[in-house]
Write a protein that binds this ligand. Structure first.
Ligand SMILES: [Zn+2]
Length: 76
């Protein structure tokens, strides 16, 4: 399923969300990502940036060049 990934700037993040990657809260005013399934936009989810990229890397089983330092696997 195709998904659109949009960045949410801090000034646009006016509500708190629960990140499905780490089940922690994304506080208002936090830069994060919203992931919108193209076929079902109602199922959009809000992710911490780091959690999203970590999940993508896990799903696809290979490195995705996102420029992150290799210290994101502490919870694995
Ligand atoms: Zn998270």
């Amino acid at each position: 399923m195709n998904e659109r990934v949009l960045p949410i700037q801090p000034h646009a993040a006016t509500k708190s969300y629960v990140c499905p990657g780490c089940t922690s809260q994304i506080a208002p005013g936090t830069y994060h990502l919203v992931v919108i399934p193209e076929l079902d936009p109602d199922l959009r989810r809000h992710w911490h940036r780091g959690c999203w990229f970590r999940d993508q890397r896990r799903q696809h089983g290979k490195s995705v060049d996102v420029g992150n330092p290799p210290n994101l696997n502490r919870s694995l």
